[in-house]
Design a protein around this ligand. Structure first.
Ligand SMILES: NC(=O)c1ccc[n+]([C@@H]2O[C@H](COP(=O)([O-])OP(=O)(O)OC[C@H]3O[C@@H](n4cnc5c(N)ncnc54)[C@H](O)[C@@H]3O)[C@@H](O)[C@H]2O)c1
Length: 325
């Protein structure tokens, strides 16, 4: 199978590419893997280094908003797995334009090309954030979309376009909606790598508001395996939730990261809450479990310890990405 991975030089996309090329997804025989990535600030060479010399890998540096380039790149592929996005909520609050053009127009540009070239499966990689906050219980796939940030609103728009291309044009689309994800090669602006790298460097960590916001933490390997199962077994037009059920408040998470880095609470600096900050996300994954047979396997304690160890051992990857102090 010839697979096009957009955003394959970012955090989750690169993990997917590494898994495809190292046999971690035995159900997905990748004859070739093409990465299409614009190499924004969030992309790194290092994330693809472990598979750089694999003859099956081709890297195209280009923007999913560039219709001519997208058309030429999509041609000849059996499947598109679409990770490319502007992905950081805080940046979307500061300036939303790139979020709309990449996450909405870029997605539509890819969908058009997929349709023109007879792509047999289009996987729209999305997020639990499209549903907005939920006080108790968990969202099902039928819940109305109610995004709070420009980031999640742009992802919701991309999802709706993808599903509309299925309904209108018969394009074979599946949508995955994953929980907050952590692991190696995550850009050090998201809470876990930001806090760990700050602590390893002897700096403070900024905790939003009262620290009571709840997130469901999913290891990147579990997230990628769920996407791979959706790619191979998902029903056309299906939506698949990928959550771990491992809920933590940001305060609890901070406590664990402080302990793992040998630091105390004096290193925590409370900061004003994020605007529109969703209190809690939670996904009902019953359909995913039944239809795809997916269950997360990485225990949170083990996954966090391994992730902290990875950042400790891979300073050369993240040091150039940190702002100069
Ligand atoms: N990180 C999470 O916790 C999480 C959770 C659920 C879903 N997701 C979704 O997974 C996908 C990947 O997230 P991530 O955390 O790996 O993001 P990331 O920011 O680490 O990587 C995004 C990649 O997309 C590329 N990109 C951005 N704009 C582009 C454009 N216009 N054209 C081509 N490439 C472009 C970037 O260069 C980067 O390599 C996103 O769609 C995101 O919405 C992320």
């Amino acid at each position: 199978m010839r697979i096009l991975v957009t955003g394959g030089a970012g955090f989750i996309g690169s993990a997917y590419v590494r898994r495809l090329l190292t046999g971690a997804e035995p159900g997905l025989a990748a004859d070739t893997v093409t990465v299409l990535d614009a190499w924004t600030y969030a992309a790194t060479e290092g994330a693809l280094e472990p598979v750089r010399t694999d003859q099956r890998l081709r890297v195209v540096r280009g923007d999913i908003r560039d219709a001519a380039l997208v058309d030429a790149t999509v041609a000849g592929h059996d499947a598109v797995v679409h990770f490319a996005a502007e992905s950081h909520v805080d940046r979307s609050i500061a300036a939303a334009a790139d979020f709309v053009t990449t996450n909405v127009v870029g997605t539509q540009t890819l969908l058009d090309a997929a349709l023109r070239h007879g792509v047999r499966r289009f996987v729209q990689v999305s997020t639990d954030e499209v549903y907005g906050s939920i006080a108790t219980g968990a969202w099902t796939e039928q819940a109305p979309l109610d995004p709070s940030s420009p980031y999640s609103a742009s992802k919701a728009a991309g999802d709706l376009l993808a599903l509309a291309y299925h309904r209108t044009h018969g394009l074979d689309v599946v949508v995955t909606r994953g929980a907050n994800t952590y692991g190696p090669y995550q850009y050090p602006e998201k809470i876990i790598p930001l806090f760990v790298t700050n602590l390893l460097d002897g700096h403070d960590v900024p905790l939003y508001g009262d620290g009571g916001n709840v997130r469901d933490w999913l290891h990147v390997d579990d997230h990628c395996h769920g996407i791979a199962l959706a790619q191979t077994r998902g029903r056309a037009g299906g939506i698949y939730h990928l959550g771990s059920g491992a809920e933590l408040t940001n305060r609890d998470l901070t406590g664990r990261l402080l302990a793992a880095c040998g630091a105390g609470w004096e290193r925590v600096r409370p900061v004003a809450d994020r605007k529109g900050h969703d209190r809690r996300y939670a996904l009902d994954c019953t359909t995913t479990r039944h239809e795809l047979g997916w269950v997360p396997t990485v225990d949170l304690d083990h996954g966090l310890a391994a992730t902290v160890a990875w950042y400790r051992d891979n300073r050369a990857w993240w040091t150039p990405l940190k702002p100069h102090r």
